[in-house]
Design a protein around this ligand. Structure first.
Ligand code: GLY
Length: 369
């Protein structure tokens, strides 16, 4: 008999199988479900940082079901993403998310050599953003030359992979420099992490912290906490530096202390209590990181916290209705800017929900390694 997580995966695969055909027919990379349709990202076309999550979702479901529709749909999106290499100037540090879950997954799961080449191309773009003063540059605006962000801890996975596949240590060395800076400058006493730190791009000296997608300067944007949790866990897995594991545990302890009684995740752990604003993507990402942490440490309490998060999402916010496209609801891109979605379905919520469920069922293909 299927357990509740296997049942959820079966229902998700069935619904996405039907709705993905519409995305394929109109030639888009889905960003979110709206008015019964998949629609594209609100900014930057296929260079928007989320473009890898749709093919990543397809690869997860291909591994789950063996249905080649999912492989073909992943490759359709992969082609659109590799076309973006030509525009280049709109790509940023998020090439990790974009190309590891598309080309990287294809190369890993099927041995596709062109996909491996494209993934290494993306890793070289990420290396091109490395500032030897100590960090990977996040964005492209001329007044943000010294900006680094917590999300980048996830993008480092592309560099670990590139070093492993090429035998060239430079990629992981750059990742280590960035991770050390993040450890020193982003991690706070209480186990929370900052979203954005600006550095002097010449000396590497810290200039200031900036408010990002959370409630206010100095608060705890929950998705940033989840990126830090999962990112430091992956850093420890690949680099074996005990300080990264310690950081992951501290961030995890702070995150799990803020899981709501209903299992959902507030958009910011410091938001005013009267404001009901959730970001369920944060909970889904954290559920992935917590399971990796449990696997690395043998401490099952992290896995139990992951189950609390996923149970909350499945009970309250999983949309299996056929009249809409996506699955996970009440996702919020940014606390104060609703342009990229507030309390709605967003595709990377679906991606991390499925990754977390695959891990819970022992079927995770390990796309970050
Ligand atoms: N990496 C950008 C975000 O989490 O919104």
């Amino acid at each position: 008999m299927l357990n509740r997580y296997e049942k959820a995966l079966e229902r998700i695969a069935g619904k996405i199988r039907k709705t993905a055909e519409a995305a394929s027919e109109c030639g888009i990379i889905p960003y979110q479900s709206a008015a019964g349709k998949w629609i594209t990202s609100p900014y930057d076309g296929n260079s928007w940082w989320t473009g890898g999550f749709w093919p990543g979702l397809m690869w997860q479901l291909w591994c789950l079901t063996g249905d080649d529709f999912f492989r073909d749909e992943a490759r359709r999106a992969e082609k659109l993403l590799t076309d973006e290499f030509r525009t280049f100037r709109r790509l940023n540090h998020d090439v990790g998310f974009m190309y590891l879950l598309s080309c990287g997954a294809d190369a890993k799961l099927t041995g596709n050599e062109q996909a491996e080449t494209d993934m290494l191309h993306a890793a070289s773009l990420l290396m091109g953003r490395f500032n030897p003063a100590g960090f990977i540059r996040a964005w492209n605006e001329p007044d943000r030359v010294g900006y680094a962000i917590i999300d980048c801890m996830m993008n480092l996975a592309l560099l670990y992979r590139a070093s492993r596949d090429t035998g060239d240590p430079r990629f992981r060395q750059a990742a280590g420099v960035h991770a050390d800076t993040t450890l020193r400058e982003f991690l706070r006493e209480n186990g929370s992490v900052s979203h954005i730190i600006e550095f002097d791009p010449v000396t590497g000296r810290r200039v200031r912290e900036h408010a990002g997608q959370g409630y206010a300067l100095g608060t705890e944007w929950s998705r940033g906490q989840a990126w830090g949790l999962y990112g430091f866990t992956l850093a420890y897995r690949h680099m074996k530096k005990p300080q990264y594991l310690d950081a992951a545990k501290r961030i995890a302890a702070n995150f799990t202390a803020h899981i709501r009684p209903d299992g959902l995740t507030d958009c910011d752990f410091c938001q005013p209590p009267e404001e009901e604003r959730t970001d369920n993507i944060a909970g889904a990402i954290a559920a992935c990181g917590l399971q990796e942490l449990a696997a690395l440490t043998g401490d099952e309490t992290w896995r139990h916290s992951a189950e609390r998060l996923i149970d909350g999402l499945l009970v309250h916010c999983a949309d299996f209705g056929e009249e809409r496209c996506g699955i996970l609801t009440r996702c919020t891109a940014s606390y104060h800017d609703d342009g990229a979605g507030r309390h709605t379905n967003i595709v990377y919520g679906d991606y991390f929900l499925v990754e977390a469920l695959m891990k819970l069922c022992g079927k995770d293909p390990g796309l970050w390694s």
